[in-house]
Ligand binder design. Structure first.
Ligand code: BAL
Ligand code: ZN
Length: 896
């Protein structure tokens, strides 16, 4: 298949003004009557109408009430003899499709006994022939007809205008969407569902009906989603003046879903994972994710739906912006400055462990890509998370008020239209003409056009005689596929200086009359710049890129003492955490390279590699009287194996695993008394509340327990594993229960087996909890290659269903994509397993298969024997002749 190129964009030759869809819903054969009103686009040379379609059975085509000739060009339906002139005409198309056979979960499909749709990006063409592109916006009326007993609830976008009975036990519902929309925002749902309802009056004084639709047994788990929705509505009004534009706003949950959730106009469809929560079944992380995803989809109603994308190359226009908005929402909901910093650290951790590798690998692409074979492959961390960082930089360059002005202008200019990333930045700059963004606008746009993570190198020099500190910042960016040369970016660097005693120094640049403040943001636009700070009494420690002010890799040759000073004193919580991570990363990288550090036959390291000073620094953080528990938990968690891998030129995953496990083990033993203290101080809780403070306490108690079980592993002591098992049994909420279970499983204790059995028996009817049970085992710490056989056994478990994406992810992805120490095996069995699963999934669900295919993105940097074996596995997948475009694109790029 040919790649689609961004620069080939051309406006549509026809507009579709209105659509009337009639569905006779039947799992085996659903009939779809599509009546459209179209007209030629006068700005485009006359040409045949080419409609997109996929896996449809075409029965009839009528133009202005009369049968019409047509032809097929591949999947496209082509009409050549259309009425001349620019008058509107009617086009009626009658097709059928087979929802029960739709395992791709794109278009119209059946999950359980319920019909759902997923149309983004190109699923609508699997429902009917259409101009399935986001710049064609139409008014929709939808008539749903179905058996009433089987499908008592019939939902679509907009407002319910009519419903009633039909012959033969059937019924109907007619929906009208008051807003024009692109086809990717179409949705329908039909089945046995119940709703939690809430009437609200918005700030703007308008009444709205909110509904969260779920299967009947799940109603008790919808309160948090509804609360999150109400909070999101209030937040968007308060922060951006954006009100709900619908009388009715619905969320529906399904257990079979490719993505997290989907922002269909007025009828959001969600993966159950991001809706259902009770304290007995959902962890604090689940609660936080639900708040954030409910917010995200709601915020799309403006950023995505009211203003949408001209073409799919502009995907980050809505996704980067909406992720930025959901991140800000979560921070505002978290409350305290410290809780905000925790959220920021978590977001950056995702960026650095998932997006940085993408940006350095074969799938690297700009935030606004230039070409794609399969658009579904571009719902990436680059489009989403890096896109959000690019919006965040704009926010920081124009300020909070300026950003609100920019948003206002963006909606004034583009409401109701399909636009581009350039249009967004232009509005931000025009609303803030004196800002550094406006000043460097064209250069700033390189963040959208150039792939790759820039490096910023910082070199400081102190001149005691002149009481002067010079700091040179220089930027560079490595080549990425198709982009050999990079031009300088606009990089905002928030910084401060710490004195010898840890105090924040007043900042005075050469040429300034007086010192001003202890923090400022400098904007690096050239390849290199030098800042000269004056009146500096002693060699300072620079605190750079505060709050992670730009998505770059900061190279700064800090000494251990400097990092310790930052860890202890930095006023910026992000950099405080960062200093701790750098210290631990340094120890890990040195041990990995040190040939004197050896492993035994079981792959374990027995030498001490944790320096006493680092252990003491970690102890100081753990025991700190003022720091929040959530922050401590982040500092005391070692950088992940994949993050460590990203720092190395050649990656030996087993070596990384051995070193990180040794560090964890030694941190567990060295701080044993402190972990016991942390457990005692933090484990008790009253009634469960998922707020930032109490979830932070649970997180730290959980980490303490896992460390105490690790320490017990070494000493053979039975007390802490016993306590952990007791905690597992007695826990009053899922967070505590799961943390205890996880501590037993991850430390490889013999109590893990009975605990796992008990857990399964308790939750055998709760699919989301079973996903956790599967994922924990597939993601478990590898000891002598024991995880792969366990994963294979899990796939034979009666509760394993590969067609269900959540379950496939919980076993296969948890192993291949999230457990490097177990996946990268000397005998290549992990890669063989991976290739088999990619092929198996590709026949069912190409989107899910292509995600899994990305687990070996970074094969090229693996040490031998992994590298050759990984390449062979990828080549075996690529050799299959009838691969989907999705998987074909990923493996082709990997081998390029
Ligand atoms: N638009 C796809 C799902 C999401 O990003 O909300
Ligand atoms: Zn989104």
């Amino acid at each position: 298949t040919k790649a689609t190129q961004r620069l080939d964009y051309a406006p549509p030759a026809y507009w579709i003004d209105s659509v009337e869809l009639t569905f006779d819903l039947d799992p085996a054969k659903t009939r779809v009557l599509n009546r459209m009103r179209l007209r030629r686009n006068p700005g485009v040379a006359p040409q045949p109408l080419r409609l997109d379609g996929e896996e449809l059975n075409l029965a009839r085509v009528m133009v202005n009430g009369a049968g019409s000739s047509f032809k097929m060009e591949g999947d496209k339906l082509v009409l050549e003899n259309l009425p001349e002139g620019n008058d509107p005409f009617e086009l009626e198309i009658f097709t059928t499709c087979a929802p029960a056979k739709n395992t791709q979960l794109s278009g119209l499909y059946v999950s359980g006994d319920t019909f759902f749709t997923q149309c983004e990006a190109e699923g609508f063409r699997r429902i009917t022939y259409f101009l399935d592109r986001p710049d064609v916006m139409a008014s929709y009326q939808v008539l749903l007809r179905a058996d009433k007993a089987q499908y008592p609830v019939l939902l679509s976008n907009g407002n319910l205008v009519e419903s009633g009975e039909l012959d033969g036990g059937r019924h109907f519902a007619r929906w009208a969407d008051p807003h024009r929309k692109p086809s990717y925002l179409f949705a329908l749902v039909a089945g046995k569902l119940v709703a939690r309802e809430q009437q609200i009056v918005s700030r703007a004084g308008k009444p709205h009906l909110l509904q969260v639709w779920v299967r009947p047994g799940d109603l008790g788990k919808t309160e948090h989603a509804m609360n999150s929705l109400m909070a999101a509505i209030a937040w968007d009004e308060a922060r951006f003046g954006l009100s709900l534009d619908l009388e009715r706003f619905m969320i529906v949950a399904t257990s079979d879903f490719n993505m997290g959730a989907m922002e269909n106009k007025g009828l959001n469809i969600f993966n159950t994972k991001y809706v259902l929560a009770s304290e007995a079944t959902a962890t604090d992380v689940d609660f936080a994710n639900i708040e954030s995803v409910v917010g995200h989809e709601y915020f799309h109603n403006w950023t995505g739906n009211r203003v949408t994308c001209r073409d799919w190359f502009q995907l980050s226009l809505k996704e980067g912006l909406t992720v930025f908005r959901d991140q800000e929402f979560s921070q505002d909901m978290a409350g305290s400055p410290s809780a905000r910093a925790v959220k920021r650290i978590e977001d950056v951790r995702v960026l650095r462990t998932a997006q940085f590798p993408e940006d350095a690998g074969p799938m690297a692409h700009p935030v606004r890509p230039d070409s794609y074979v399969e658009i579904n492959n571009f719902y990436t961390v680059t489009i989403y998370e890096k896109g959000a960082e690019v919006v965040r930089m704009q926010h920081n360059l124009v300020g909070r008020e300026g950003f609100a002005r920019g948003m206002k202008l963006y909606f004034e200019r583009h409401d109701g239209h399909a636009v581009t990333c350039d249009d967004f930045v232009q509005a931000m700059a025009d609303a803030n003409p004196a800002s550094p963004l406006a000043l460097h606008l064209e250069q700033f746009k390189r963040w959208y056009s150039q792939a790759g993570t820039p490096h910023v190198k910082a070199v400081g020099q102190y001149d005691a005689d002149a009481r002067r500190y010079t700091l040179t910042l220089s930027q560079s960016c490595a080549a990425t596929p198709g982009q050999p040369e990079k031009h300088p970016f606009v990089i905002p660097v928030a910084l401060g200086l710490l004195g010898t005693d840890g105090r924040a120094l007043p900042l005075q640049l050469e040429g300034e009359a007086a010192a001003g403040g202890t923090e400022r943001t400098v904007v690096l636009t050239e390849p290199s710049m030098t800042l000269a700070f004056v009146n500096v009494d002693s060699p300072p420690v620079p605190s750079l890129l505060r709050g992670f002010s730009a998505p770059v890799i900061l190279d700064c040759e800090y000494g251990d003492a400097e990092l310790l000073a930052l860890l202890t004193h930095d006023g910026d919580a992000f950099n405080r955490w960062e200093a701790g991570q750098r210290l631990m990363l340094r120890i890990a990288i040195n041990a990995i390279a040190d040939e004197a550090v050896t492993t035994d036959a079981a792959g374990q390291i027995h030498q001490n590699i944790l320096p006493a000073a680092l252990a003491q620094a970690m102890r100081d953080v753990l025991r700190h009287p003022q720091l929040d528990a959530a922050f401590k938990e982040l500092v005391l968690t070692l950088p992940s194996e994949s993050y460590i891998a990203e720092q190395l030129g050649v990656v030996d995953p087993q070596r990384i695993h051995a070193v990180r496990e040794a560090l964890r083990q030694q941190l567990a033993v060295a701080l044993q008394a402190d972990w016991a203290w942390a457990w005692e101080e933090h484990h008790a809780g009253g009634a469960h509340r998922p707020d930032a403070v109490s979830s932070g306490r649970r997180a730290l108690a959980g980490l303490a327990l896992s460390m105490l079980c690790l320490a017990a592993r070494q000493s053979g002591d039975a007390v802490w594993p016993g306590k952990t098992y007791q905690r597992f049994k007695d826990a009053g909420n899922m967070t505590d229960r799961f943390n205890a279970l996880s501590a037993l499983v991850m430390s490889g204790h013999e109590l893990a087996a009975p605990a796992l059995a008990r857990f399964h028996a308790m939750f055998k009817d709760d699919a989301l909890v079973l996903d956790k049970w599967f994922a924990l085992q597939a993601g478990s710490t590898d000891r002598g290659g024991n995880v792969l056989p366990a994963v294979k056994a899990l796939m034979k478990h009666p509760d394993f269903h590969i067609k269900n994406p959540n379950r496939a992810r919980s076993v296969i992805f948890s192993y291949c994509s999230a457990n490097p120490g177990a996946f990268h095996r000397q005998d290549a069995a992990g890669y063989v397993f991976w290739a088999d699963r990619v092929l198996e999934l590709d026949a069912l669900n190409p989107q899910v298969a292509a995600r899994l295919a990305r687990a070996l993105d970074r094969w090229n940097r693996l040490a031998e024997p992994y590298r050759t074996a990984a390449r062979e596995a990828i080549a075996r997948v690529a050799a299959k002749p009838d691969l989907s475009n999705d998987v074909r694109e990923v493996v082709t790029r990997a081998l390029a």
